[in-house]
Structures are given as C-alpha cells and as structure tokens.
Ligand binder design. Structure first.
Ligand code: UDP
Length: 327
C-alpha cells in the first residue's frame, strides 16, 4: 500500500485529490489543522489532524506512514486577505512549507507535488503566461507561493528532493458524484458566491470592478475543473515516482472568461436569475490571468475534458444544492 501525505486533504482541492488518489490505487493520508477544511471531507483515507507549524507532529506522521510522496495543498489562499494581513501568509504558508519540506527530507521522503498559483505571475499585460515567464506577484498570496517554489528548488539542489509544481489558474466545479465540493467559510470565490446569490443564501453578488481594461470592464480568469486539476496531480505524482526530473506545469485551459461571462453562464446553467451589483475593485486582483501553456497536455498527457464553464458550474450547482458541510 503506497501512502501519500496530503496536506490540506480536508479542504476543497485536497479532498478531491484524495478521492482521485484512492481511485488510482494510492492511500491518501490527510494532514490538516481544520482551520479552513472540514473533517467530513476526509472520506478516502486516514486523517491526522495537525498543523504545519508543528514540526514534531509532522515528524510523527512521516514516521507512522512512511509516505512515498507529499501532495502539499494546505495554505491560506485568499488574495484580498493576503493584502490586509500579509504576516499570516508569510508565517503560515512559507514557514509551514519550510517545516513540511524539512520533515519530509529528514524522513527521506523526496517527492513533493506542490500547489502553486498563477498569482505568482502577477500583472503582465501582453505577456504569454507560460512556465518560463517571469514571476512578479502583486499580492502576498502570490508572493508566499513564489517563495515556496524557490525553497523547493534550493532543497532540490541540496538534498535530492524532487518536485512537481503546479501553477493553478482558477479552480472551480465539484466532484460530479457530489461526495466532496467547494465550501469555504467565509466564502470569497466567484462561482460559489454566485450560486449562493442564485439560491437566495446571500443578497447579491458584487462584481469587483467594472473599469478594467477588458472588453466588458470586468476581470478575466481561466477556469479549470477541480477534477481535471487533481487528475493532473496524480499524473505529476506518477511522474515523480517514475524518477523523472523536477518540473513546473501551468494548469489552465488557455481560455479566459470575464466575471460578466461567468454570470451569463450561471444564469443559463441554473435557469435562474443572478442578483448582482457593481462595486469597486478588490485590492490585489490582476486584470487578466490566462494560461499560455500546453506543457501539461504535452508532457503529462493531461486532458482537461471537464473544464468547460457549463460543466464546472453544473457540477458546482449540484454540489451546492446538497447543502453538505453547511452549519
Ligand atoms: N470576483 C467578483 N466578486 C466576488 C468574488 C470574485 O467580482 O464576489 C471576481 C474577482 O475580482 C476575480 C474573479 O471574480 O476577478 C475570480 O475571483 P476569485 O476570488 O474567485 O478567484 P481569484 O482570481 O482571486 O483566485
């Protein structure tokens, strides 16, 4: 039985990764402090509650399971919050990752799949966002993830730790079987907030900025289905277990949609009105983030087949209607 340590396995993406790992024949061991995750989402393997800042607890978990690899999802991930409370992002994301990496190396676990972000690219108008372009984050969230990428390279050179870094664009959707899905408290992401507004659980969605330099004035993002995203992680894990070199991959579709276009698709998929108002820009938001790479398709054989806006919204809506994890 091959154990994979999944930090953040109780969270949105981590819980989907655990399901995909189990389906691929691995045993996912969730390590999560439940600060933003949900114990109910840990359904596919053992659960070890713990914090990344607790080095002794991490060492104990490595010793118990002797994992073949780590998938590192656990992190604070709100762009807006990272601008008002950068210290939390540097402490919890960067120091947490340092503890994890040191504990992994000490336990001779030398394979890590890391959840990074297109926010590390920042605002680069007219530049194709592929894996080789400069990383110039404009918010502390992206800064913290870029720092961890640097850390992985340094430890790789010094210890033989190999990594697959995935730079996600905007993750959306849910498990089509609705066993797990997206549920943040508080919610800050566009699609779940929109579904809350559609379902009458909140008054209206606020569009953050209508004066961006885009065709309809709202920000453009590249949305990728969470199930496609975690499939790439399993492929990345197999890449490392096959002994291949460290590599960075963007995970996006290369197609961008504005906030207004997402609203239009949500209206069509749910057949309901989307109440929204127009508000000011949110600090830290880039105008346009769209992947300019097909490396994951070419080298990993990744096929993001579920990543149409219709399917992502339909799967998210199905999950949303189950009311899972709601208190
Ligand atoms: N957004 C919005 N209203 C909201 C939440 C998000 O207009 O209530 C916009 C946000 O400005 C961004 C896009 O939707 O352009 C996606 O934001 P989200 O927080 O989902 O992901 P991020 O791009 O920050 O990772």
């Amino acid at each position: 039985m091959t154990h994979i340590l999944v930090t953040g396995g109780a969270g949105y993406i981590g819980s989907h990764a655990c399901k995909a790992l189990k389906a691929a024949g691995f045993t996912p061991v969730t390590y999560d402090n439940l600060s933003t995750g949900w114990a109910e989402a840990v359904k596919f393997g053992p659960f070890e509650q713990g914090d990344l800042l607790d080095r002794a607890r991490l060492e104990q978990v490595f010793a118990t399971y002797r994992p073949a690899a780590v998938m590192h999802f656990a992190a604070l991930s709100q762009v807006g919050e990272s601008m008002t409370d950068p210290g939390r992002y540097w402490r919890e994301n960067v120091t947490g990752a340092l503890n994890l990496i040191e504990a992994a190396v000490a336990a001779d676990c030398l394979n890590i799949v890391f959840s990074s972000t297109c926010a590390t690219y920042g605002e680069q108008d007219g530049v194709t966002l592929d894996e080789d372009c400069a990383q110039l984050p404009i918010n502390a969230y992206g800064g913290s993830k870029r720092a961890i990428e640097d850390m992985l390279r340094d430890f790789g050179a010094a210890t033989g730790l190999r990594h697959v870094i995935f730079r996600y664009f905007n993750v959306a959707g849910a498990d089509p079987e609705a066993e797990v899905g997206e549920f943040h408290q508080p919610e800050t992401h566009l699609i779940p907030l929109m579904l809350d507004a559609i379902a009458g659980k909140r008054a209206a969605l606020t569009i953050y900025g209508t004066d961006y330099d885009t065709p309809d004035g709202t920000c453009i993002r590249d949305y990728v289905h969470v199930c496609d995203l975690v499939d790439a992680h399993v492929l990345g894990l197999k890449w490392l277990l096959a002994g291949k070199d460290s590599r960075v991959f963007n995970l996006g579709t290369g197609k961008g949609f504005s906030v207004r276009e997402v609203i239009d698709h949500s209206r069509a998929v749910t057949n309901r009105d989307v109440p929204f108002t127009e508000g000011p820009r949110r600090a830290g938001d880039c105008t346009r983030l769209v992947s300019g790479s097909t490396r994951a398709e070419a080298e990993l054989g990744w096929r993001p087949d579920r990543s149409t806006l219709q399917t992502m919204i339909a799967d998210a809506w199905r999950w949303h209607q189950t009311g899972h994890f709601e208190r």
